[in-house]
Design a protein around this ligand. Structure first.
Ligand code: AMP
Length: 583
């Protein structure tokens, strides 16, 4: 096993955040903002300027900004200067297509270089960028494109043919589809991105950008409706920069790998923006999870900081691979995790396997960036999410429809709430003002999570306060799945819950009431599951399905998913005062 002295030196670099209590006491966002450049001549704050332009003109010009690993393991590198030129080309081509400030540019591509170039180019123009997860089926893709008023979509020919073409008639505002892998334009609407890039000029001047200008749209699931579009602004870059520095502990020359797809907020905030704003090298792997591949990427790419998720960690834990014996992982300095509870066992496995605890952190689509974290310099309490980011005020609260009471006693379970005002707070749910307002009580944002705080200020996750399902780290809204199931000819009613699963956190389980005349047998069960997979994609569709005679409902007709779940798990059924007679 080789042990280069440079690797060892990097491993023992002092953390950027040396003392949590001291930094928390003195922190203010204005001081951090001074460390960003801002647009020349005081013309505002633009994410792409901070992520690319300022480095492309400075000492990081020739640093590798992005290393894309293709499925076949070949790689393609882009320096900060390359990204500057390519994103300028993309910005110019959008301008030629008539895309204006605030209009939406979507991507459905998988993790290929074009996605990253498109994101940065769109941000330059002050249009809004929305990446979609390529594993989504046509229905989730349609919901998002239509709700987000997509004007331009960047995609591959295969994804276009399979998922978008059948939707075109239902998407009147979608004006241009840019195919990443076609050399020539197909027609006036379906164009070759390669060709447009070739023709576009590679110099672009970013327009004045007020920090409140919308920049990124991320859809997240709700319990009662279709996905909500959380809108983020350019000023969010301050959170990305700060968390990159203090939580992911970026140092000059670092190589960073975030395994998340940009279709989920982690893959954008930390798979694109935070590493670039901090001028480190960002590794992107096009392939999905594969234990041996992942370990060899950590080794070959000499990854220093690795940001991944509990589902992947659990899968690695169950495998008979001894990474320390089989791979040279001497460069690894820090491993962080997000998305679901990281159990104490996994934190300790990190210690045993890599010689460092895995540091859990907590945040969500709406917060735009990491809010609660374990820090390199802070003692880890395995199983805890850690402490709020300096500059962020968190609390546990009792919440009613109109009021909020902050709880001060330690270990009391309540709603996890955050004081408004951190830079990356979402500014709207697109076209859903009421839903947005409902997330706030006075100055406090309600995260929808339940948690506890111990006597030393560490936060401990308890669960969701609603019916949203977390499966393989992804939020799935039961309503979205139920709606798709109801479209099957045999389904009269459907209800969906998250059933605890040791590997993927929760699996999506559906309960279905059949229309009269249909027989509840295995063939129909498979048929309905197959139908849902086709419509929703495997990441969202139910993995289990049971036929039932009726669904428990409240007197006002709402499905009592919580009761279905309690029954499924053999738990107490709780307060049944609102239960209507079943069937
Ligand atoms: P998303 O908006 O898809 O990123 O999902 C956010 C939700 O994931 C949070 O509201 C939590 O319910 C869950 N989550 C994220 N990070 C953690 C964590 N470290 N521990 C427990 N749950 C988490």
């Amino acid at each position: 096993m080789k042990n280069s002295s440079a690797a060892i030196l990097k491993k023992y670099l002092a953390p950027n955040l040396t003392d949590y209590e001291i930094l928390s006491g003195s922190f203010n966002w204005q001081d951090e903002q001074r460390l960003l450049n801002g647009l020349p001549e005081g013309k505002g704050l633009n994410i792409a300027y901070e992520a690319v332009e300022r480095h492309a003109k400075g000492k990081s010009k020739d640093t590798i900004a992005l290393r894309c690993i293709h499925k076949d393991r070949t790689t393609k590198d882009f320096t900060y200067y390359d990204l500057h030129k390519l994103s300028s080309r993309f910005a110019n081509l959008l301008t030629t297509l008539g895309v204006k400030k605030g209009e939406s540019v979507f991507a459905l591509t998988g993790r290929i270089p074009e996605l990253y170039i498109a994101a940065l180019g769109t941000l330059k123009t002050t249009a809004v960028f929305c990446p979609l997860y390529a594993v989504f089926g046509p229905e989730p893709v349609f919901q998002r494109l239509s709700k987000g008023d997509a004007k331009v979509l960047i995609t591959t020919t295969a994804l276009f043919e399979k998922k978008v073409k059948p939707l075109l008639e239902r998407l009147p505002s979608l004006q241009f589809i840019l195919l990443t892998d076609k050399a020539a334009h197909i027609n006036e609407k379906v164009l070759s991105l390669l060709r447009l890039m070739e023709e576009a000029h590679d110099e672009y001047i970013i327009p004045p950008t007020d920090p409140e200008t919308p920049a990124l749209l991320h859809f997240t699931s709700g319990t009662t409706g279709m996905p909500k579009g959380a809108m983020h602004v350019h000023g969010a870059v301050l959170t990305h920069y700060t968390t990159g520095k203090y939580v992911l502990d970026f140092h000059e020359g670092d190589i960073f790998w975030c395994t998340a797809d940009p279709g989920w907020v982690t893959g954008t905030s930390y798979g694109i923006i935070a590493p670039l704003v901090n001028a480190v090298t960002n590794i992107v792997d096009e392939e999905e999870f594969d234990a041996a591949r992942w370990y060899s990427i950590l080794e070959e790419q000499k990854v220093n900081v690795w940001y991944t998720a509990p589902t992947a960690i659990r899968r690695l834990m169950r495998m008979d691979i001894q990474p320390k014996e089989n791979y040279d992982l001497e460069n690894l300095r820090l491993i962080c995790s997000v998305g679901e509870p990281l159990h104490a066992e996994a934190v300790l496995w990190g210690e045993k396997t890599f010689g460092m605890p895995i540091l859990d952190n907590w945040w969500q689509t709406e917060t735009g960036g990491i809010m609660i974290a374990n820090y390199r310099s802070m003692k880890v309490r395995p199983g805890s999410m850690g402490k709020p980011l300096p500059g962020v005020e968190a609390a546990i609260a009792e919440v009613t429809d109109s009021e909020i009471k902050i709880v001060t006693e330690p270990y009391k379970q309540g709603h996890l709430v955050l004081k408004k005002g951190w830079p990356s707070m979402f500014r709207a749910y697109l076209y859903e003002e009421e839903r947005y307002k409902k997330c706030f009580r006075g100055d406090w944002y309600l995260t929808g999570d339940l948690a506890k705080k111990d006597e030393d200020g560490y936060y401990w996750f308890v669960g969701r306060a609603d019916d949203i399902i977390k499966t393989s780290g992804h939020m799935v809204g039961p309503f979205e799945v139920e709606s798709a199931l109801m479209e099957h000819a045999a389904v009269a009613e459907a209800a969906v819950i998250g059933k605890p699963d040791p590997m993927i956190g929760e699996l999506v389980k559906a309960f279905v009431v059949l229309k009269t005349g249909f027989i509840a047998d295995e063939k129909l069960q498979l048929d309905i599951i197959g139908y849902a997979r086709k419509k929703l994609g495997p990441a969202v569709a139910p993995k289990e399905l049971a036929f039932v005679d009726g669904l428990p409902k409240t007197k006002s007709g709402k499905i009592l998913r919580r009761l279905l779940k309690a029954r499924e798990l053999g738990l107490p059924e709780g307060d049944l005062s609102t239960l209507e007679k079943e069937n």
